[in-house]
Write a protein that binds this ligand. Structure first.
Ligand code: ATP
Ligand code: MG
Length: 208
């Protein structure tokens, strides 16, 4: 008998980490697909503070990235946003994100959602070997990045710890949304309407 859609005795909670500079429809489809396939009760979007892999790059201030994430997720009853990473001083490490969410949801089964490009970095994350006990890892396919499990460096990943999930391909990146905004090109339908308007209202990415 299926329990799909019912609340679970042990809540099933996804964690969608990202810089979200800005959040786009690729992020939202990834979270929605994992929520569907894994029958999650909730997906918590966690905008990063200082992302460890982007220390050399300019990143939009955390409050703007947080608010765009709230706007983009507001209409989905399963989507929530957490400030744990942006409120923690210093560089963001995924192990700290997992520990903080675990503390907030001590009873939950956690599913960390990541794109096929980001999962390749997993073994280089701080305390990678200790993360496997804290959450399941789900790597979603992403256009332009290897979608075969062989393309992921699974030799370095513990067996059976990272699932690969094929999702509808959306060739959207925040980098491209920023570039398009700077060039005055449209970003409608790449990001939610409210995010288009937030970018314009606050003059992000060279748009005044
Ligand atoms: P940037 O170009 O600035 O790196 P991004 O589009 O890669 O931005 P991030 O905030 O870096 O967005 O990504 C957050 C998470 O979402 C990562 O795990 C990434 O792999 C995943 N992701 C981003 N875009 C897509 C997409 N189009 N399809 C599937 N996964 C995605
Ligand atoms: Mg990225």
């Amino acid at each position: 008998t299926s329990t799909r859609g019912n609340r679970h005795a042990v809540p099933r909670v996804g964690i969608m980490g990202g810089t979200f500079d800005p959040i786009h429809n690729g992020h939202l489809v990834a979270a929605s697909e994992v929520a569907w396939v894994y029958d999650l009760d909730e997906v918590i979007f966690v905008p990063t503070g200082r992302p460890v892999f982007k220390l050399d790059k300019h990143v939009t201030n955390a409050e703007d990235r947080y608010l765009m994430t709230v706007i983009a997720t507001a209409s989905n009853p399963k989507f929530t946003v957490s400030r744990v990473d942006i409120d923690r001083p210093g560089v963001t490490y995924t192990i700290d994100t997992l520990r903080d969410i675990r503390a907030l949801r001590p009873d939950a089964e956690l599913f960390f959602i990541t794109g096929a490009d980001a999962v390749a970095e997993i073994v280089r994350w701080k305390d990678a070997d200790r993360m496997w006990d804290l959450a399941h890892f789900v790597a979603v396919t992403r256009p332009g990045y290897s979608s075969s499990i062989k393309g992921l460096n699974i030799d370095a990943l513990p067996e059976g710890k990272v699932d690969l999930l094929e999702i509808p391909a959306l060739a959207i990146s925040s980098t491209d949304v920023r570039r398009r905004s700077e060039a005055g090109e449209p970003v409608w339908y790449l990001v939610p309407d409210g995010v288009v308007q937030y970018i314009g209202k606050h003059g992000l990415y060279g748009r005044g």
